[in-house]
Structure formats: structure tokens, C-alpha cells
Design a binder for this molecule. Structure first.
Ligand SMILES: *Cc1c(COP(=O)(O)O)cnc(C)c1O
Length: 429
């Protein structure tokens, strides 16, 4: 698989290099030179396969020349070795697609665990690798668990202090061993800036084998394509005809993967790009002006991002496929409306959480009569226990993944958004 740098098309790399580098020159994102196509006949065969076989088949379309299918299958199997996504009926024409049944209770397990497998596979000489990543909540946990206790891998995770939920923090800041967590006195965007600075420091990068695990890493995006096919395989012929998928967006990796699944040939009629008050993209789609504002904190904190990293890939994909951005549906939802929506869903017998509720809200408001809608459940409601309990006035049971960590002490460092401080931590043995 060949990929080019969106900021400098002359830089072209293979999949292995893109996985290892994360970003290209000038912090440019990598994008596939060729966009594979699955024909309708192949698609009907693929949809009948089991999740692991099908996912291998899809990923193979991109990376067949670098990883033989049999080997890829083994890694996909290890990466996706947890409960598969579930489709839950909410109303006749709206179902939720729950992606949060992995070890860290968020859809990020798919991308992070596949990426960990790829880094293992490509680290043939067992060199030491440092994974540096910024998280607005769920990436950190997924990445930490995916790499936990792996030989020769050190993981450093930055997150904005006080801006992720207590349980989210417990899930990954209590692990120890090869996992170091750092709370930053600042916003998620400050964390992303520090990561970029580290990658710009060539000497540092070489000496510690720096790798990013943000949703900018191409391996994570490819992995996420797979569950859109799973969703499609679970719905009826009738529902497939006019399928609309609402995606709760932060860094826009999930939506990028969805759009890539469509470019492969999965006939999804439309996507809704759903945000909270951090609405840079909805405003852009409305008036054509890219005008990020200061990030504001909301109850859907994993989406508190005003400069979404993956957006250039979405624009590139639309250009390459000659799709019109006007066809991308969008909307933003306030905290107030999110709370009411959680209550509305609860009345329908469904306990949700703020991120999925935003997607449900926009889907419900925008879905046309002849359409069928799926909204993505990106995290388990228990991860936002306090918020959800307060809104619904109802207790939420903790799943085992959280129960086992809740009483463990937090092991995080705390620093100001200051690169030299971060550097010390990165260089520590
Ligand atoms: C990360 C995350 C999102 C946003 O996903 P992106 O791929 O960054 O757009 C939405 N909801 C939850 C719960 C998340 O953890």
C-alpha cells in the first residue's frame, strides 16, 4: 500500500512506514494513493463472512502486498478478540450500533488494538519504541490497554487535567508498568500541540523511537472501516436501501473510516457529522469558513476538540471520489439538548451516554421517512456514570472492566503544557 503526505504529495511511503511515522513531513497526514473498490458481487460474499474473516478481507484490499492474508488474519483475530458490536433497536427506523464492548469500553479498542498488532509485527528487530499520544478521554485507555506489558514498548499518554471523567482516568492511569500517564494543565488541543512538538524534535524522535497512536495513525483508521461492514451485515435488505449513519465526532477519525467504507463500495446513503458545541466542522459545512474557536468543555468530553486532526483526510476523500461535501449531513448539539435526549432515550428503554445521545438527536431530527438510521454508540454509559446518573436519576451498574480499577491509586504525573517538562518524562527510563 502506497500513501502520500497531504501537505507534500512528493513524500510517499508504504504502510509499514506510515504506521511507524504516524505523520509525514510538516506534520502532514498520510492518505492512500489507491482507493480499493469492492464490487457489489464481492460485497454480498463479504457480508456473509464472520467478523474476523471479513475484516481481514477488507484490510487486505489495502495492505495485501505488505502482509500476507494468513498472517494478517492472525493479527486481526488478536486485535478484535473481544465482544463484537451489538445492534440495538430503539425505534422502528432507528437502531443504535454499540461499539463499546471491548476491554476499555469504547470504540477506540478497535483502532488501538489493531495498531498495537501492526507495531508488533513491524518491530522485527525488537527495538525499543515509545508511543506518545494525546487523549480527550478514551484513546488513552484503549492505547494503554492495547500495549500494556508489551516488551520494548513504552507508552506515554497526555490528557487535559480535570477534563476527562473520573472513571475514564481510573481505567488507564492505574496501570503502571510500561504505561506512563501525564495530566496537562490545559485543553486537549494543548496536549496535541505537545505531541506535535515532540515529533518535531528529530533527535528525540530517533533516540526513543517515537510513534504516535492518535487517530491520525493510518492503521487505526483502517481497522475502524471493518465495523461499518459489520453494521451493514446486521441490517435487513430493506434497511440497507436508505441507510443513514450518525457519527459522534471529535477528531473525525471515526467518520473518516465510515466514509472510507463507503468509498470501498459499502452503499451507505448518507452520514451525519455530529458534534457538541465544538462545532468547527458544522459551521464550516454551513458557510465554508474554517474558523476554529477556543475549545469549550462539554458533557461529551471526548468530542471537545475544535481543530479536528482528520478533517483534511475527509476533504481529500471527497475530492478524490468527486463527491460533494454538500451531501455530508451535519449538526451540533448543546449540553442542554444532550441531557434532554438522554432522558428521551431512557423513556424509550435505553440507557445511553452523552456522545451517542448527540448522534441520536441529530439522526432523529434529520432522518427522512423512507430512511433507516444507525447511530454509533462510542462508549459505555458506565464510563460517564456520574453525568448519566445525575441526568437520569437512575443508578448505573459498573461493568467488570471498571470495577476492578476503581479503587486503585492514580499514577499520573501532572505538568503545565511545557515541552521541556514532557521531554524529561519521555527520556526517563
Ligand atoms: C474518541 C471519541 C469520539 C470521537 O471520535 P473521533 O474518531 O475522534 O471523531 C466520540 N465518542 C467517544 C466516546 C470517544 O471516545
Amino acid at each position: 500500500m502506497k500513501l502520500y503526505n497531504l501537505k507534500d504529495n512528493r513524500e510517499q511511503v508504504d504502510f509499514e512506514t506510515a504506521v511507524k511515522l504516524g505523520l509525514g513531513r510538516e506534520q502532514g497526514l498520510f492518505f492512500p494513493v489507491e482507493l480499493p473498490i469492492i464490487t457489489p458481487i464481492e460485497l454480498s460474499k463479504i457480508l456473509k463472512m464472520d467478523f474476523i474473516t471479513r475484516s481481514t478481507e477488507i484490510l487486505s484490499r489495502f495492505i495485501y502486498n505488505e502482509i500476507p492474508k494468513e498472517i494478517l488474519y492472525q493479527h486481526v483475530k488478536k486485535a478484535f478478540s473481544f465482544k463484537h458490536p451489538l445492534k440495538i433497536k430503539i425505534t422502528n427506523n432507528i437502531h443504535s450500533f454499540e461499539l463499546f464492548h471491548g476491554p476499555t469500553l469504547a470504540f477506540k479498542d478497535f483502532g488501538a488494538r489493531f495498531m498495537a498488532q501492526m507495531i508488533l509485527l513491524f518491530n522485527k528487530k525488537n527495538e525499543s519504541v515509545t508511543i506518545l499520544t494525546a487523549t480527550s478521554g478514551d484513546t488513552g485507555a484503549a492505547v494503554a490497554h492495547a500495549f500494556y506489558d508489551m516488551k520494548n514498548v513504552k507508552v506515554v499518554i497526555l490528557y487535559p487535567k480535570g477534563k476527562i471523567s473520573e472513571l475514564q482516568e481510573k481505567l488507564f492511569c492505574t496501570l503502571g508498568k510500561n504505561i506512563k500517564t501525564v495530566s496537562i494543565n490545559g485543553s486537549f488541543d494543548d496536549c496535541q500541540k505537545l505531541v506535535k512538538e515532540a515529533f518535531n524534535d528529530k533527535i528525540l524522535k530517533e533516540s526513543i523511537g517515537l510513534n504516535s497512536a492518535n487517530s491520525i495513525n493510518i492503521s487505526r483508521l483502517l481497522a475502524q472501516i471493518c465495523y461499518y461492514f459489520e453494521a451493514f451485515s446486521l441490517i435487513s435488505e430493506q434497511q440497507r436501501k436508505n441507510l443513514v449513519i450518525a457519527v459522534p465526532c471529535g477528531n473525525f477519525g471515526n467518520l473518516t473510516a465510515g466514509l472510507l467504507s463507503k468509498s470501498l463500495g459499502l452503499p451507505i446513503k448518507s452520514f451525519i457529522a455530529c458534534t457538541n458545541a465544538n462545532d468547527t466542522v458544522p459551521r464550516f459545512l454551513k458557510n465554508g469558513m474554517w474558523n476554529p474557536k477556543k475549545t469549550v468543555s462539554t458533557i461529551s468530553n471526548a468530542m471537545d476538540i475544535s481543530q479536528p486532526n482528520n478533517w483534511p483526510r475527509i476533504e481529500e476523500l471527497f475530492n478524490r471520489k468527486k463527491w460533494n461535501l454538500k451531501e455530508l449531513r451535519f449538526g451540533s448539539v448543546s449540553d442542554y439538548s444532550t441531557q434532554n435526549t438522554l432522558k428521551e432515550l431512557f423513556k424509550l428503554g435505553y440507557v445511553s451516554e452523552p456522545h451517542a445521545a448527540i448522534a441520536y438527536r441529530l439522526l432523529k431530527d434529520q432522518l427522512k421517512e423512507d430512511e433507516f438510521g444507525l447511530f454509533l454508540g462510542t462508549a459505555h454509559p458506565a464510563k460517564f456514570k456520574n453525568t448519566v446518573e445525575e441526568i437520569l436519576k437512575n443508578d448505573i451498574a459498573l461493568p467488570n472492566e471498571l470495577k476492578t480499577r476503581i479503587n486503585l491509586p492514580l499514577l499520573s504525573y501532572n505538568i503545565n503544557p511545557n515541552f521541556s517538562k514532557l521531554k524529561e518524562i519521555l527520556l526517563e527510563r
